[in-house]
Design a protein around this ligand. Sequence first.
Ligand SMILES: [Zn+2]
Length: 196
Amino acid sequence: MMQGMVSEKTAGRLAQAKSVMYWHSRHRFCSNCGAETQVGAAGWKRVCAACKAEHFPRTDPVVIMLAVSGDKCLLGRQPRFPKGMFSALAGFVEGGETLEDAVRREIKEEAGISCGKVTYMASQPWPFPCSLMIGCLAEAEDEKITIDVTELDDARWFSREDALKLVEGRLDGFFCPPKFAIAHQLIASWARGEVV
Ligand SMILES: [Zn+2]
């Protein structure tokens, strides 16, 4: 994908294979009784020979979102990012939580910003190891950033003009994830005014 060598369709199949193979490698034993499990349904489940429990591949939902305040959007960088890279904030959805709540909680936790309305944009399978990235826009209710330093190195507001330069690779000293990543698409579609 990074080098443009696979189509989206092929990437989807590879993502499917990667995430299912990962799941098999981590579920050789029954989480109910501890006995060994066996592959069933051509790889789409594992069955415990001892207690008969059936186990199915899982997908972990992750929200990835752009908080927006007027003509500015909030981007952050995790410590593991290469120097200069900024992206949309993201985090796992917790049990009992709606996607909207997860978006608001993650932005509040990581950057200290309260958000109101949340709008779903698009999703992307992310087999690292087995996530589904759910892309959203969130309307910020304030702009004072307080960073959670255990999660982020930096977070800042980018003007629409700078966000556009960022996705086009024209913002000196800064860059964002590549085109195929949903973070890129979120930033690009907001910067180009395709979404409010
Ligand atoms: Zn069992």
